[in-house]
Design a protein around this ligand. Structure first.
Ligand code: SF4
Length: 292
């Protein structure tokens, strides 16, 4: 259990610009999937409807994010949750190798849901479906914005401490390798070279309850520690969040390689997307790969 006062976390709110969470048409189409696109197109006003959905989203969304660093030991206790996780999970293997861990939550707020309710009540289904897709994509983008904020915070901390480039090893636990901030392209090459003076990149990736063996009941311990209620997110008895278009979990920071794993866990047999493959590829390339 996260515990009494001395182990209490210190969450801070992360500002998220509406522009960051407003998805372009292509992203909304991707969130809809082929069936949803066909339904929206059948309404005959596809482009106009998407623009209207984007306008409604920008009018009603109020994105907010919350972040709190947590120690490895604290997270190990929290990750136990109610004891319903799969025996072996990617996150269970990854987090002990991380240099930085932070609980997070993010939401696009309740206003979009009220707009959705009105659309459904008025039988404006194509527009409601598009707004719903924009909201799902917006919530994910809000989560990514919080993870990006954490990564930037960590990098700034390393620079302030004089630990980049060419400074002493810090931030990333890798004895014998000097610590340098590396962004974006070239990360994989830099890591592959190895040896003294090699830049040590910092890669942050999100992991959430309900995915990849982390049982959804883990939300209970996460909420008890992070208290996302302060940004307007509550937990339903079903473990779904209110507002529904919210995301939560842990941001894991460390060398890109710590996020690499084979998709051969028993639960992977039931996975339709194997989305971890793309996220790992992205994180190895750029240090940020979305949620796993
Ligand atoms: S294959 Fe699916 S269930 Fe398995 S780790 Fe990847 S995303 Fe998770």
């Amino acid at each position: 259990m996260i515990g009494p006062e001395k182990n209490a976390l210190t969450p801070h709110e992360v500002e998220i610009d509406i522009e960051v969470v407003s998805a372009p048409l292509e992203a909304i189409a991707a969130a809809l999937g082929p069936g949803g696109i066909a339904g929206a197109r059948s309404a005959g006003r596809w482009a106009g409807l998407v623009e209207e959905a984007r306008r409604l989203f920008r009018r009603h969304a109020a994105p907010r994010g919350l972040l709190a660093e947590i120690s490895t030991d604290q997270f190990a206790a929290l990750y136990q949750g109610d004891g319903h996780n799969a025996p072996e999970t990617p996150l269970g293997e990854i987090f002990p190798r991380a240099a930085h861990l932070a609980l997070f939550a993010a939401t696009i707020g309740a206003g979009v849901h009220r707009a959705l309710d009105e659309l459904f009540a008025g039988h404006e289904f194509p527009l409601a479906i598009l707004l719903d897709a924009a909201a799902s994509e917006g919530a994910d983008r809000a989560g990514e914005a919080v993870a990006r904020h954490y990564r930037e915070q960590l990098e700034a901390r390393r620079i302030e401490a004089g630990e980049s480039p060419g400074g002493r090893d810090a931030g990333v636990r890798d004895a014998g390798v000097r610590d340098t901030v590396v962004r974006d392209a070239g990360v994989r090459d830099a890591v592959a070279r190895g040896g003294p003076g090699t830049p040590v990149p910092l890669a942050c990736l999100r992991y959430s309850p309900g995915y990849c063996g982390w049982n959804i009941s883990g939300q209970r311990a996460l909420f008890a520690a992070l208290k996302p209620e302060r940004i307007g997110i509550t937990l339903r008895p079903s473990m779904l969040m209110e507002p529904l278009k919210s995301v939560s979990g842990v941001v894991v920071g460390g060398r890109p390689e710590i996020h690499r794993f084979a998709d051969r866990y028993p639960f992977c047999a039931d996975c339709r997307t194997h989305g971890c493959r793309e996220r790992i590829r992205k994180v190895l390339e750029s240090g940020s790969g979305g949620r796993a």
